[in-house]
Design a protein around this ligand. Structure first.
Ligand code: ZN
Length: 96
């Protein structure tokens, strides 16, 4: 059912965020000073390409984070976007 999928997704999302928050508090991960996609030297946020891989994050500026979140949403909905310029994210997933 769609409702139970949504519930599982939310639980997985919370777990992934907890894992990264704890890693950051414990000094096991440090936020990048620049966006890994466009190189902007602005405040970056950590992005999970997949919540099922909680320790795998990329560091993105707000603009790139919005795009990356859309890509993940598209992938999880079963309607992946075919955008060659975002191959970097697919490659980061295949490497893990
Ligand atoms: Zn960026």
């Amino acid at each position: 059912m769609e409702d139970s999928n949504l519930f599982d997704f939310e639980a997985e999302r919370r777990r992934a965020r907890d894992v990264v928050n704890n890693m950051e508090k414990g000094g096991k991960i440090v936020r990048s000073a620049f966006c890994w996609l466009c190189g902007a030297m602005t405040d970056t946020a950590m992005h999970h390409p997949r919540y099922s891989k909680p320790r795998c994050v990329t560091h993105l500026c707000a603009a790139c984070h919005t795009i990356a979140d859309r890509l993940r949403q598209a992938r999880e909905s079963g309607k992946p976007l075919e955008l060659k310029q975002f191959d970097w994210e697919r490659q980061s997933l295949e490497g893990n």
